[in-house]
Ligand binder design. Structure first.
Ligand SMILES: [Fe+2]
Length: 228
């Protein structure tokens, strides 16, 4: 098989794709599910909890791993990112509280619409933030510490995320990634990590992806077709 070039700026590529996908799903669902359907509301709140957990984990890792490096080499951008994190976090917690309050809402339809508007506004702000990170901060960081420096940072970033948080992230990331991204990421895990870890990630992939996509990915990774 021909070698595929590895993009130089993949530090936040997959996790940001996953968060964008999760937020888009929440905006769509909050606008379209039956507000009087208890099960649909519960499923929505569970999805929101997952997306929020992944975003919390991601921001914590940015603040711990990439934040200090950005602040050292690019102080203005570092301050901008830190300020955005500080502004977005309370909004995110308010969304969680609003979702939890759906259960006892006197008017579920009105409560759901209000949450839909809040989610849409939060999403627009968050998307603008990750756009700055990927299109402004990352190229500036590459210029400051070099592509190899960014790759080392990427490894430190991934290593800093606890296994359970990684698996939660994969639930959002894998459906949001294209087949090249999926093959690259899972291929690297298979080549470089213990087999038990790859098995856990593969189980998440089988849950998170459509069966057709699982089949394509299994073929690309030269795995045996998964049972069931
Ligand atoms: Fe961020």
């Amino acid at each position: 098989m021909a070698e595929r070039p590895v993009p130089t700026t993949s530090l936040w590529r997959d996790i940001h794709k996953g968060i964008r996908w999760g937020l888009a799903l929440l905006v769509t669902d909050s606008g379209s599910i039956d507000p009087f359907d208890e099960q649909a509301r519960e499923d929505f709140v569970a999805t929101l909890a997952l997306v929020v957990d992944v975003m919390d984990s991601h921001t914590r890792t940015e603040d711990a791993v990439t934040g200090p490096v950005v602040e050292h080499h690019l102080p203005e951008l570092g301050a901008q990112v830190a300020a955005a994190h500080a502004a977005l976090d309370p909004q995110l917690q308010a969304l969680v509280e609003a979702a939890e309050a759906l259960e006892g809402a006197a008017d579920p339809r009105a409560a759901m619409f209000s949450l839909h508007l809040d989610l849409a506004r939060f999403t627009s702000e968050y998307l603008a933030h990750v756009d700055v990170e990927e299109r402004t901060v990352l190229p500036a960081l590459e210029a400051a510490i070099g592509v190899d420096g960014v790759r080392e940072l990427e490894q430190a970033f991934v290593a800093a995320v606890p296994p359970e948080e990684k698996l939660d992230g994969m639930i959002l990331m894998l459906p949001a990634m294209n087949v090249e991204d999926r093959t690259e990421v899972l291929g690297a895990i298979r080549a470089g990590a213990p087999a038990e870890w790859f098995d856990q990630v593969w189980a998440v992939a089988c849950e998170a992806l459509e069966p057709d996509d699982v089949e394509v990915l299994a073929a690309r990774l030269q795995l045996d077709a998964p049972a069931g």
